[in-house]
Design a protein around this ligand. Structure first.
Ligand SMILES: [Zn+2]
Ligand SMILES: [Zn+2]
Length: 192
């Protein structure tokens, strides 16, 4: 993807995170107009870089202001393992998609596990792959919990693949097995 397009997409995502849809549309349109008047790519890149900095700082302050979850929200059981206190995990990450209601309640451990699995598969993170294998090998986490978290991971990856955000091979059996040894684990625990 050309740099200008990539910067533009990041800028739009930030604007949509920060503002309500109608206002965000107006700001995005204003940028398109302003950029169209700049004939050279370097001018446009400089403008994009400047405003990315600006909106990133704004996002940081907004996140610092995010209200603390209510005690009732926190006392929702973890849908992965049943632990009585949980956090809201955004299946569609906020940085890319803005605040959105697609969330599940996960305890701190299941929450981390979900992020590790995602990073292991999508970002091909060696660090995450190593930790996942360690977790699976420990035998400390119930197979039903691993299955549940994997179930959401698959659902969200299918959605992201459908939208062209993630390469399809990252959900192939071969990839999942190579990165996580997860299918072997699931087959083994199925029998138990
Ligand atoms: Zn849990
Ligand atoms: Zn999360």
């Amino acid at each position: 993807m050309p740099e200008e397009t990539a910067l533009m997409e990041r800028l739009h995502a930030l604007i949509r995170y920060l503002y309500r849809p109608r206002l965000a549309d107006k700001i995005v349109a204003a940028f398109a107009e302003a950029l169209a008047e700049k004939p050279t790519e370097s001018e446009r890149l400089a403008i994009l870089a400047h405003w990315l900095d600006y909106y990133q700082a704004k996002r940081y302050h907004k996140q610092m202001r995010r209200r603390r979850a209510s005690d009732l929200e926190r006392m929702t059981v973890c849908t992965g393992c049943g632990y009585p206190v949980s956090q809201r995990h955004h299946l569609l990450d906020i940085a890319t998609h803005g605040e959105n209601p697609v969330t599940v309640h996960l305890c701190a451990n299941c929450h981390e596990l979900h992020h590790l699995m995602y990073n292991a598969l999508v970002r091909d993170s060696l660090y995450s792959q190593k930790l996942i294998r360690h977790i699976l090998a420990s035998g400390q986490i119930k197979a039903v919990t691993i299955r549940q978290i994997y179930h959401w991971l698959r659902a969200i990856l299918l959605y992201e693949i459908d939208n062209g955000w993630v390469e399809p091979y990252k959900l192939s059996d071969l990839w999942i097995e190579e990165k996580l040894g997860l299918l072997e684990y699931l087959a083994r625990t199925e029998a138990v």
